[in-house]
Design a binder for this molecule. Structure first.
Ligand code: CTP
Length: 418
């Protein structure tokens, strides 16, 4: 069995594609290791990343902004108060621009300021203002590293989800020996790649349906449901993050398109069916995350229905919508087919029945009802496939989607799930 078969991460080798298109904001703080930040810019760009650099004022005493500008190909920022830089890309915009924020080297002083939420210079402000994952690679004298204050600050940051990369140990610039050396640039890149999860879906084509469908009753009314589309959008984002080419067929939702995803907007179940079937043959995986309305009005009234049209109530005659998931599963050349099952009771039993009846490759089942499923940010899933099952514990939809996508990748390759 190779390491990959176990699902355990193998050795990480930064290759060209591994950070392709990833926007890395590199913060360099003051210390003798600042010069190693220059090497890191090169390594990040070699791995395909787009890099912008911010120096603290102290870092600029060790290495000039010009060095970083030449290596990153972009102007370097050092101050919150630079009017021309703010006019080009304001600091909040820069914080939003980043997919990853990396501080290397991170000095004891910067770590202390981050731990306490200071926004007293540009770099600390960006770290506070960004929603991107933050990684710090500490570098300092070994006594400063061992100091209880530094360790407490690191523990605080770690508990908040900040990734601490290193430090290494060995001979130091100050002549001492011990922990506190900045990790090598290759190692930092490898850890970043690792932290972003495996790009195991490069070249795989993913089709995802998401959101509700609206079935018109008349020009102003429709039958809909409370699906927010968040789960399907998270699946599309996770697949794109793992390197897949993703097409997202979305019902009416208020969500931004995940980066790198091709989106087709539809309204009704029949529009969704047509869009999905037109794409299904060209895809390797279909994930049906949409909450498709099972019924639609037999006729759409051409004009707004009047109260007077139903003195003793109004009866709507409904007909069944096509089952998109079942139609894709019935295709002769079908993709790997994943369905969702929202159940209010006997979740596993009903979901397994759905897996078999619709001839699916995988079902992701969850319990819905008051306070569960549709309207929550987090969720839990039971995964069922022919011959196996697993539970993905309750977590945010983004993490859940990543775990689901990783499982699809393994099952599709016929690997033993980790
Ligand atoms: N689905 C679909 N097209 C439909 C209905 C559902 O593609 N017309 C997909 C959903 O995207 C989801 C799965 O099928 O992946 C849900 O199956 P479904 O049979 O609709 O679930 P329930 O409505 O819960 O089924 P039942 O009424 O049998 O409980």
């Amino acid at each position: 069995m190779t390491p990959d078969d176990t699902g355990a991460p193998g050795p990480v080798t930064p290759s060209r594609a591994r950070l392709a298109g990833v926007r890395v904001l590199l913060g360099v703080s003051g210390g003798i290791a600042a010069y190693k930040g220059a090497e890191l810019v090169r390594r990040l760009r070699d791995a395909g990343a787009e890099v912008r650099v911010v120096l603290t004022e102290n870092a600029a005493r060790f290495v000039t902004p010009l060095t970083f500008q030449a290596l990153s190909g972009h102007p370097v920022r050092t101050s919150l108060w630079d009017e021309s830089a703010e006019a080009a890309m304001g600091h909040i915009e820069l914080a939003r621009w980043a997919d990853e924020v990396v501080v290397a080297p991170a000095s004891a002083d910067l770590i202390a300021r981050l731990a306490h939420g200071f926004a007293d210079d540009l770099l600390a402000t960006l770290c506070l203002a960004t929603a991107a994952p933050l990684s710090i690679a500490p570098a300092m004298n070994q006594q400063m590293w061992a100091n209880a204050a530094t360790q407490a600050n690191l523990a605080t940051l770690h508990a908040r989800g900040v990734r601490v990369l290193g430090p290494g140990s060995g001979g130091q610039a100050c002549g001492e020996f011990g922990a506190g050396r900045l990790l090598e640039a290759d190692e930092i890149v490898a850890r970043l790649v690792d932290g972003r999860g495996p790009r195991e879906l490069v070249g795989v084509r993913f089709l995802v349906s998401a959101g509700p469908t609206y079935e018109d009753i008349d020009p102003v009314r429709f039958l809909g449901n409370r699906s927010s589309g968040r789960m399907g959008f998270a699946v599309a984002a996770a697949a794109a993050e793992a390197g897949a080419d993703v097409t997202l067929v979305a019902g009416p939702v208020h969500l931004p398109t995940p980066r790198g995803v091709r989106r087709i907007d539809v309204r009704s179940a029949r529009q969704m069916r047509d869009a999905v079937l037109a794409e299904a043959g060209a895809n390797d995986v279909f994930v049906a995350a949409a909450a498709v309305g099972d019924f639609r009005p037999r006729d759409i009234a051409p004009h707004k229905l009047k109260k007077t049209s139903g003195d003793s109530g109004l009866e709507l005659s409904l007909v069944q919508n096509p089952d998109i998931l079942a139609e894709v599963a019935a295709l002769e050349r079908r993709p790997f087919v994943v369905g969702f099952a929202a159940e209010t009771e006997r979740v596993e039993e009903y979901a397994r029945e759905k897996l078999e009846r619709k001839r699916l490759d995988l079902v992701a089942a969850n319990e819905v009802g008051a306070g569960l499923g549709f309207e929550r940010e987090d969720n839990a899933l039971i995964l069922l496939w022919p011959g196996g099952s697993d539970v993905l514990e309750r977590s945010g939809k983004a993490d859940l989607a990543r775990a689901l996508v990783a499982r699809i990748a393994r099952l599709r390759l016929g690997k033993v799930p980790a």
